[in-house]
Design a protein around this ligand. Structure first.
Ligand SMILES: NC(=O)c1ccc[n+]([C@@H]2O[C@H](COP(=O)([O-])OP(=O)(O)OC[C@H]3O[C@@H](n4cnc5c(N)ncnc54)[C@H](OP(=O)(O)O)[C@@H]3O)[C@@H](O)[C@H]2O)c1
Length: 266
């Protein structure tokens, strides 16, 4: 049996989905590098995980919206040769009508949900390429498909995560590198309170627990799924959607001419 240990970097590990990833990747035998702003939460989690598993846990207290902090986290991918998983999970909602959300919250959302995710994805993929293996997990959301008047920047950021992740997935078709995009529906976590809004008024049973979400996402990974909708019952509907999307994309891509309905009156 090999004694080589692998480490997973998890952003946003201080609560919700990130915390559940930390617990379940620890059960799968990974050492962990946990990133978030709340030092006390990270240290408590590291203590508990080290007590109950073989995982060695490192914490990095970092605000991913802060450039110097982001560079520090980026640096671990060149410093540590044992990292074989990155879970880009940290995210914020800045929910509410855009006219009512302050501009700093919107900018912060772009920095965390888009810029940090992009920077860390690139750092991880470069390291994985050099080592010949690795798993990048990017947490999007089903809202990537649902423009919403109370989540404009959030929905836009998750559409970015989906398209970005699927695009880099196409770059790494050979070798042992995997990109998995997760698109959860509503999950019970601190997400809505962190955004300063009440959770949507869905019935309680419409929220998945963070533990179940992560269990499902890991099972989907084991099944070699690359785009995972944990709540999708009918996989044929995704195949149909993809078929329609490809047909539509082809129809608008390279005709070189305006459509006939835009013909200028002579
Ligand atoms: N909950 C849902 O319904 C739902 C649905 C679909 C997708 N998602 C996505 O799932 C991911 C996790 O969300 P969650 O539901 O688990 O919410 P959560 O409990 O609020 O967790 C968010 C995590 O992100 C971290 N974070 C936020 N801003 C950060 C920053 N500037 N720098 C570093 N870390 C930061 C938080 O840690 P600190 O505050 O300690 O920094 C926390 O650990 C997000 O990307 C979210 O968009 C959530």
């Amino acid at each position: 049996m090999s004694d080589i240990r692998h480490a997973a970097v998890i952003t946003g590990a201080s609560s919700g989905i990130g915390l559940a990833y930390a617990q379940q990747l620890s059960q799968r035998g990974y050492d962990l590098i946990l990133v978030a702003r709340r030092k006390d939460r990270l240290e408590q989690l590291a203590f508990t995980l080290e007590e109950h598993s073989r995982s060695a846990v490192t914490t990095i207290v970092a605000d991913l919206a802060n450039e110097a902090d982001l560079r520090r986290v980026q640096g671990v991918f060149s410093e540590r040769k044992d990292i074989s998983v990155l879970v880009n999970n940290a995210g914020v909602g800045a929910l509410g009508p855009t006219s009512k959300v302050d501009v700093y919250s919107l900018e912060n959302l772009v920095k965390v949900n888009v810029l940090a995710l992009t920077t860390l994805s690139k750092a991880a993929l470069s390291a994985f390429k050099a080592r010949g293996h690795g798993l990048l997990v990017n947490i999007a959301s089903v809202i990537a498909f649902g423009p919403s008047a109370t989540a404009a920047a959030y929905g836009g950021s998750k559409a970015y995560v989906l398209n970005f992740s699927r695009s880099v997935e196409q770059e790494y078709t050979e070798g042992g590198i995997t990109v998995q995009t997760i698109l959860p529906g509503p999950v019970k976590s601190e997400f809505f309170s962190a955004s300063g809004v009440a959770p949507p008024g869905f019935p309680e049973e419409h929220f998945m627990s963070a533990d179940t979400l992560v269990e499902t996402a890991l099972r989907a990974f084991d099944m070699k799924e690359r785009v995972t909708f944990p709540t999708l019952a009918d996989t044929a509907s995704w195949a149909e959607f993809e078929g329609a999307r490809k047909k539509f994309y082809k129809s608008v891509l390279m005709t070189g001419k305006p459509a006939a309905r835009y013909a200028l009156a002579k």
